[in-house]
Design a protein around this ligand. Structure first.
Ligand code: NI
Length: 157
């Protein structure tokens, strides 16, 4: 496993639409492991492959309920909405208030290439939506209100 360098806002890869993964190969499994290690080291609660310079549809999330590794994640349903504070490892130093669905169902492949479906609420739902946005070149600052500076301790994601 390796700790990867995290791309920052201004890097064009963060604005590209990431490519779907055709096969969950050993290379993809290795990338998932490196992304998880990078997320934990940051520390953060989620990371998308474009943030480590790979324009593929892969995310990792851990909001304290265990590691989720998803390939080609898609939101298949969502309901209600809630506003909460977010930050991003690629946009250090600021947070903002983002309105997102409170509940989502996300479908994708796990690291063994099996189809999985995850029903999430609240902070986990928020983290999944934030990371999936990264796959479409969207950053939380595009959606946030009241963007403000924070101390390093307050940063997350
Ligand atoms: Ni982010």
């Amino acid at each position: 496993m390796a700790i990867l360098e995290i791309c920052r806002v201004g890097d064009p890869i963060l604005r590209q639409k990431a490519e779907p993964v055709v096969k969950v190969s050993q290379k993809i499994k290795d990338l998932l492991a490196d992304m998880a290690a990078t997320m934990y080291a940051a520390p953060g609660v989620g990371l998308a492959a474009p943030q480590v310079g790979v324009s593929k549809r892969i995310i990792v999330v851990d909001v304290g309920e265990g590691l989720l590794e998803l390939v080609n994640p898609v939101i298949v349903s969502q309901s209600e909405s809630a506003t909460a504070t977010e930050g991003c490892l690629s946009v250090p130093g600021v947070v903002g208030d983002v309105t997102r669905a409170y509940e989502v169902v996300v479908r994708g492949l796990d690291k063994k290439g099996r189809q999985v479906e995850i029903a999430a609420t609240d902070f986990l739902a928020r983290a999944l939506q934030h990371e999936i946005d990264h796959l479409d070149g969207i950053l939380f600052i595009d959606k946030a209100k009241n963007i403000r500076e924070v101390t390093e301790e307050e940063e997350r994601e």
